[in-house]
Each structure stands twice: as C-alpha cells, then as structure tokens.
Design a protein around this ligand. Structure first.
Ligand code: DGP
Length: 113
C-alpha cells in the first residue's frame, strides 16, 4: 500500500519512535499521544482494519496481544492500561492500517465514548 502511512513507517521511509519490532509486528509511539504512554501496535502485513481480520490473517493479532504485556511493563504500565482498536468511519479510524492503541500512565476515564 504505497499511500499507507503505517506501511511507510514499517519500511522506514517515515521515521518513528520504535518500542518493539519483530518479523511480524512493529510498535511505536503515537505522534499525537492521548495519554502519558500511547503506543501503536501494527502488523507488518497491510490489513486495513479489524473488519478485515480472517482465519488466514488472525494469528498476527494474537501475536500482538502476546507482546503487549511485556511492552507495557517496559514502559512502566504496572497498574493497568487500555487497548483500543478503532474500525471504520463510525469507529473514527483515521489510518486505514490495522492498529491497536496501548494507552496508560494515568487513571483513564471509564467512559468509552
Ligand atoms: P486511529 O484514529 O485509530 O486511526 O489512530 C491513528 C493514530 O495514528 C492517531 O492516534 C495518530 C497516529 N498517527 C498518525 N500519523 C502518524 C505518524 O506519521 N506517526 C505516528 N507515530 N503516529 C501517527
């Protein structure tokens, strides 16, 4: 996806502050943080959104979730955190490359909307 910002971050043509990387996924600090810690987890494979998760590509989602606890601890999130996925227009997804927001470092509001 030539016009995908996150694909460009993955291939290094747009810089990012990386916090974790392996052959399947990349995690980096969000450029517009909504909390003291705000990291995005993305699959290196371009998947547009949660609505495009299938039996064939779902393993990378599980992989992301196995890596979140270690990254959270490494960033000091010892008292909990929130994981968010925005999907599609009603979900206010602005970047059309599947990503999970890891938010923490303060008491987050209980309201989800
Ligand atoms: P969403 O609204 O769920 O699609 O979240 C997209 C997030 O991506 C938003 O919090 C801002 C972040 N973002 C957009 N462009 C860039 C960028 O070029 N670099 C980084 N690090 N984050 C970006």
């Amino acid at each position: 996806m030539n016009d995908c910002i996150f694909c460009k971050i993955i291939d290094g043509s747009i810089p990012s502050k990386k916090v974790y990387e392996d052959e399947q996924i990349l995690a980096f600090h969000d450029v517009q943080p909504q909390a003291p810690v705000h990291v995005l987890f993305v699959p290196k494979e371009h998947i547009c959104c949660a609505d495009a998760i299938t039996e064939e590509n779902a393993s990378v989602v599980a992989h992301i979730f196995t890596k979140i606890p270690g990254v959270a601890k490494s960033l000091g999130l010892v008292n909990g955190y929130r994981i968010i996925n925005n999907c599609g227009d009603d979900g206010c997804q602005s970047v059309k490359h599947l990503h999970f927001h890891l938010l923490g470092g303060k008491q987050l509001r209980a309201e989800m909307d």
